[in-house]
Structure formats: C-alpha cells, structure tokens
Design a protein around this ligand. Structure first.
Ligand code: HEC
Ligand code: HEC
Ligand code: HEC
Ligand code: HEC
Ligand code: HEC
Length: 484
C-alpha cells in the first residue's frame, strides 16, 4: 500500500510538482518489486485463467466467483425476496429515504451500466458477477442477471431493503463477501439492530453485524478480483483511522439525519416502538450529479452539505510582507475534519477533490491561477487529491478498470489528516495595494470528460461542488519594489 509512506495524522507537503514526481517514482519502484514477488498473472491470459486466492480454492467457497457472495449453499429464487414497495406499507419514511439513495439506484445508475458494459465486453463477461454481486445482489443470486438485462424491461433491484436485511453473516471484508440467507418458508426473518422489535409481517432477529462497519465493508472495499490490487478501500481507510479506535461506525455518520445531527427519535413503523433513534436510510454521500440526474433535488442538497462538512481550508501567508517583482510562495492547508475515511474515498476512476487557487490585485485583475477546468478536466498542474491507478506497463488507467495492476499514486487526505500544497508566482512590480488570495476546495464525483466518454457528450452535466473556500489578503510593499 502506497499510503504507508506517509503516517496517518501527518500531512504531506508538496513544493511544486517535484516531490510528487519523486514519490510517484518511489511508488512505481515499490510496485515493480511487489509485482515480481506476488503477481502470478503474467501475459495476456489474465482473463482466460483467473487465479483464485489460495484461501478460497475449496469447491463451492465462491459459488458466484469472482464475487465472494454466498448463500449457505442454497439456490435462491425471486419469490424469496419482497420488493421494497412491500416494506413501504409499514416503513414509509425509511422507504422514502432509501429510495433517494445512491444504493437504490446502484443497478440503474447510467455510469455504472456504461462501465459494466465495457468491462463485460473486454473480459468476455468474466467480471459480470463481480460487479453485479455488489450493484444488484438479488439480481445475481436469484435472477441470474447479466448486462444483457440492461436492454430488457425488467429491472432487478439495486441494493434494496431485502439485500441488507437478509444478510446473516459475512465471510470476509471485501469483494461482496456477504452471506445472503432469505427464509423460504414460514414467516420471513429480517435482521435488524433491536432485540425487541416484533412485527406482524416478519420475524425480527437481532444482528450486531448490522450496527458495525464490517457490514458495509463487504461492498465498500474492492480489490481487483484476479490480481488483488486495492482499488476502492473505504472500509480499510476507516479501520486504520481514529474513528475506528473511538468506535465511530459508518452508520454513525451515514445513517443519521446529517452532519452534526446524530439522533432521530421516532417510530420506524406505525405499530412499532417509540425509540430515541431510528436509523436514517438516506445514506448520503457526495454524488450530487447522480442525484440531480435522477431528479432528486433534496438528496442533491444533502450530498452538498455532507461534502461541505468534510473539510477545511486555510491560506498560510508568509510572515514578512512581500515586494513587487519578488517570487512569492503561498501554502494552502486542506484538512479532513469530517469524513471517517480519506477524502475523497470510493470510486477511484472518478472521485476528485482539488484546490482552485487565484491571486488578484486590488482592481480585480487576475495575476495567477491554478486549478481551473479545461476540456472537462482539471488543468495540468492542479493540486488535486485523487488515486491514480495504473496498468502493468505503468500507464495511468482512466476507465479500463479491469486492466488495473497497481496504484501509481494516492494523494487523498487521511481521516483527521491534512495536506499542504503550495503555489509559486511572481508579484508584479508597481502594483497598488494588497493582493487577494482566494482558494476554493472543489469536488466532483467524476470529470465531465469521463462521463462524456462513457455516455456521449452532453448526456449528464457534472456539478462541481465548492466544499469550502477562503479569501485572504497578502500585503505587498510597493515602495521598496519600485526602487529595484
Ligand atoms: C405489516 C407491517 C410491516 C411490514 C410490511 C414490514 N415491517 Fe418491518 N417491522 C414492522 C414493525 C412493527 C417493526 C418493529 C419496529 C420497532 O418496534 O421498532 C418492524 C421492524 C423491522 C426491522 C427491525 C428489526 C430488528 O430486530 O431490529 C427491520 C430490519 C424491518 N422491519 C425490515 C422490514 C423489511 C425489509 C420489510 C419488507 C420486506 C418489512 N420490514 C416489512 C412492521 C412491518
Ligand atoms: C465521521 C463521519 C464518517 C464516517 C465514520 C464515515 N463516513 Fe463516509 N462520508 C462522510 C462524509 C463527511 C462524506 C463526504 C465527503 C466525501 O465524499 O468523502 C462521506 C462520503 C462517503 C462516500 C462517498 C464517496 C466519495 O468520497 O465520493 C462513501 C461511499 C462513504 N462515505 C462510505 C462510508 C463507509 C462505507 C464508512 C465506514 C467504513 C464511512 N463512510 C464512514 C463521513 C463519514
Ligand atoms: C445498505 C443496507 C441497507 C438498506 C438498503 C436498507 N437498510 Fe434498513 N438498516 C440497515 C442497517 C445497517 C440498520 C441498522 C443501523 C444501526 O442501527 O446501526 C438498518 C435499520 C433498519 C430498521 C430499524 C430502524 C431503527 O433504528 O429502529 C428498519 C425498520 C429498516 N432498517 C428497514 C429498512 C427498509 C424498509 C429498507 C428499504 C426501504 C431498508 N431498511 C434498507 C441497512 C440497510
Ligand atoms: C451489497 C453491497 C452494499 C452494502 C452492503 C453497502 N453498500 Fe453502500 N453502496 C453500494 C453500491 C454498489 C453503491 C454505489 C451505487 C451507485 O452509485 O451506483 C453504494 C453507495 C453508497 C453511498 C453513496 C456514495 C456516493 O458517492 O454518494 C453511501 C454513503 C453508502 N453506500 C454507504 C453505505 C453504508 C454506510 C453501508 C453499511 C451500513 C453500506 N453502504 C452498505 C453497495 C453496498
Ligand atoms: C465489492 C463491491 C463492488 C464491486 C465488486 C464493484 N463495485 Fe462499483 N461501486 C461499489 C461501491 C460501494 C460504489 C460507491 C463508491 C463511491 O461512492 O465512491 C461503487 C461505484 C461505482 C461506480 C460509480 C457510480 C457513480 O454514479 O458515480 C461505477 C461506475 C461502478 N461502481 C462500476 C462498477 C463496475 C463496472 C464493476 C465491475 C468491474 C464494479 N463497479 C464492481 C461497489 C462495488
């Protein structure tokens, strides 16, 4: 893991791009070494003879290989699951919240569909179950869903009520390692957080697992199924953080009303008990663009607020005032104060946070800028926070995830950690008054370029969310400058 190179709570300093390049080379070197010792996958036959990990060679251990999902050896059928609309009958508010969540759209998400289509074609369908196991567990286990179903009128459920409340155990902490056990006779069993929640419709079974991050881990930790490269490791990021030490679970931030509000008293069903806290089911993340696409302005606003709660930004101005004609170096500090994992986390091909830094004079003339968007991407030289995945030739992988073989660089900010970036520019001679320094911290779930490439230009307009912003003045000594 490249992250081991910087310790958890200590930020990194960039000076221009030099150290970035240096650490990139260091990463590459580490991965070349790692590649020699662990990669069993030489040549192009990766997709012909995928290797199972040594642990999982026993027959039937992975019935949905390469997904790690299992069903206690049972064959599941659609009748074993209810639709979310059945649950809505009693759990109205929870249904309404869940319906707006990204997980409810996990199968119909157009970006997912386009990428799965590509991955499936490129790998002769060898990754289908891998993706479907997390984006539609009931589709995979009960409907034999394939990407061809995208063109059929029937839509299998995404991550629905019946997925989460029929998971009785987990067999690992990544790649879909849930054990899905719907009951097929008599009263249906739902696993939940209470020991005292009888229901006229189903049996209620207490499950400690549902209250812990390990439950989310099975889907929020993704490794390459055939070469184990860590691709998306939200759970691992959390488990190595102070939040884990303090017992703060994913549920404590993502199943509460929103940043700063931790309890939600009420009843989850009309005949249920009045409780101090009912788990919220918005599962708010940062994908404002997806919520807008599905016509959910309320969820989009929740996601903006979630993003705004995650970070702070400061401009660290130099102690002495500067002179016209001089080279100024300004440091900007970005801290992860609200997220229990790196910012950004998740889908590495897309998620990106960056600083848009501008210097203007007192009349508003732009003197320097770094971090603008050009051709649907952040411009080159932008100080950004992102994972760069690479293939076996060390080339950056942007969309062809199945070709990923290594992590080239990871500049994201650790939970409770910070990063310092800096900018060097020349102060013009003879300027009037102080300079204005403005730094915006921006986020998008994927670049406009990526979505245009996947779906065609103009299909989805990506919203850039300004997470936070700071403006500060920089004193400049005019007189001395004019002497030079
Ligand atoms: C006829 C009404 C009704 C229907 C339909 C219904 N439930 Fe419930 N459910 C209840 C009641 C009442 C409770 C108890 C709530 C309490 O006391 O907090 C409950 C509790 C739960 C719990 C908490 C269990 C625990 O032990 O913590 C879960 C989970 C749950 N329901 C899931 C579902 C799912 C999923 C569906 C759809 C397949 C569903 N319910 C359909 C009435 C219903
Ligand atoms: C201390 C609160 C906190 C905890 C604990 C926490 N999160 Fe988050 N999470 C946030 C905030 C704030 C954001 C918005 C910033 C961001 O997108 O990274 C977020 C964003 C996300 C996103 C959106 C991805 C992205 O960056 O675009 C996912 C997925 C997610 N969290 C999953 C999890 C999972 C899974 C866990 C447990 C392993 C977890 N979170 C624990 C606060 C938390
Ligand atoms: C991504 C997984 C997931 C999905 C999807 C999901 N739930 Fe839950 N649900 C949970 C977890 C986890 C908890 C327990 C959280 C806690 O208490 O820490 C929970 C709690 C509950 C409870 C108990 C609430 C309380 O606090 O008393 C009910 C009832 C419930 N869910 C019903 C539903 C219904 C109905 C749906 C679909 C409309 C649904 N859930 C969708 C994961 C999920
Ligand atoms: C069965 C797999 C599965 C489980 C279990 C699961 N998730 Fe998810 N989750 C997903 C998938 C797939 C997506 C992405 C959906 C999409 O955008 O296409 C997602 C999306 C999310 C998002 C929205 C991210 C964004 O970018 O806005 C949050 C937040 C989240 N999950 C939190 C949780 C938490 C908290 C838990 C545990 C209580 C959990 N999930 C359990 C599969 C799962
Ligand atoms: C172990 C579970 C898991 C597997 C396997 C998985 N995903 Fe996901 N996927 C997720 C989760 C969780 C998220 C949400 C992360 C976040 O919000 O950043 C996600 C997000 C995505 C997104 C971003 C969606 C958006 O709207 O921004 C795409 C696209 C996607 N996955 C495609 C795929 C494809 C294609 C595959 C198979 C090659 C795949 N996924 C395999 C769990 C999984």
């Amino acid at each position: 893991m490249p992250n081991k190179n910087h310790s958890r709570l200590i930020g990194r300093t960039f000076i221009g791009r030099g150290p970035v390049l240096r650490s990139l080379l260091l990463f590459l070197f580490t991965f070349i070494l790692a590649g020699i010792s662990v990669s069993p996958l030489a040549g192009n036959d990766k997709w012909v003879q995928p290797e199972r990990s040594a642990l999982e060679k026993t027959p039937d251990a992975m019935p949905f290989y390469p997904s790690r999902a299992s069903t206690q050896g049972r064959h599941l059928t659609p009748e074993m699951f209810d639709s979310a609309e059945t649950c809505r009958g009693c759990h109205q508010e929870i249904y309404r919240q869940w319906q707006g969540s990204a997980m409810a759209q996990a199968w119909i998400d157009p970006i997912y569909q386009a990428l799965l289509q590509r991955a499936s074609e490129a790998t002769d369908a060898k990754v289908d179950n891998f993706c479907i196991g997390c984006h539609s567990p009931i589709g995979m286990t009960a409907y034999n869903t394939t990407p061809a179903d995208f063109r059929k009128p029937f839509t299998p459920p995404g991550v629905s009520c019946e997925v989460c409340h029929n998971i009785s155990a987990v067999s690992g902490n990544d790649n879909g390692a849930y054990v899905l056990t719907p009951s097929d006779n008599g009263k249906r069993v739902k696993f939940g957080p209470h020991r005292d929640a009888p229901s006229p419709y189903h049996e209620s079974n207490y499950s400690e697992l549902l209250t812990k991050s390990e439950f989310c881990a099975v889907c929020h930790n993704v490794s390459h199924p055939f070469n184990s490269t860590p691709i998306e490791r939200t759970y691992d990021e959390w488990s190595e953080s102070a939040y884990n030490e303090q017992g703060i679970q994913c549920q404590d931030c993502h199943m509460t009303p929103g940043p700063g509000v931790t309890i939600n008293p009420g009843k989850s069903a009309p005949m249920g008990k009045q409780r101090d806290h009912i788990a919220s089911h918005h599962f708010t993340g940062g994908n404002v663009t997806l919520h807008k696409h599905f016509g959910q302005p309320e969820m989009a606003e929740r996601a903006r607020n979630m993003l705004r709660s995650a970070a702070t930004i400061e401009v660290l101005t130099p102690k002495q005032s500067l002179l016209g004609g001089e080279l100024a170096t300004i440091k900007v500090k970005v801290s992860n104060v609200g997220a229990g994992h790196k910012i950004p986390t998740g889908f590495p091909e897309g998620r990106e946070m960056w600083v848009d830094f501008k210097v203007t004079d007192s009349r508003g003339n732009l003197i320097y800028r770094s971090g603008a968007i050009r051709n649907g991407q952040t411009e080159s030289g932008t100080r950004n926070f992102k994972v760069y995945l690479g293939d076996k030739h060390n080339d950056v992988v942007e969309l062809n995830v199945w070709e990923v073989d290594r992590v080239l660089a990871d500049t994201r900010i650790l939970p409770k950690g910070y990063a310092i970036v800096d900018y060097t520019f020349t102060i013009p001679t003879g300027i009037q008054g102080p300079l204005l320094l403005n730094a915006d911290l921006n986020y998008w779930p994927f670049s406009q370029k990526l979505v245009d490439e996947l779906l065609g230009p103009g299909k989805i307009e990506v919203e850039v969310v300004r997470m936070t912003s700071v403006t500060q003045s920089l004193a400049v000594q005019l007189q001395l400058a004019q002497k030079q």
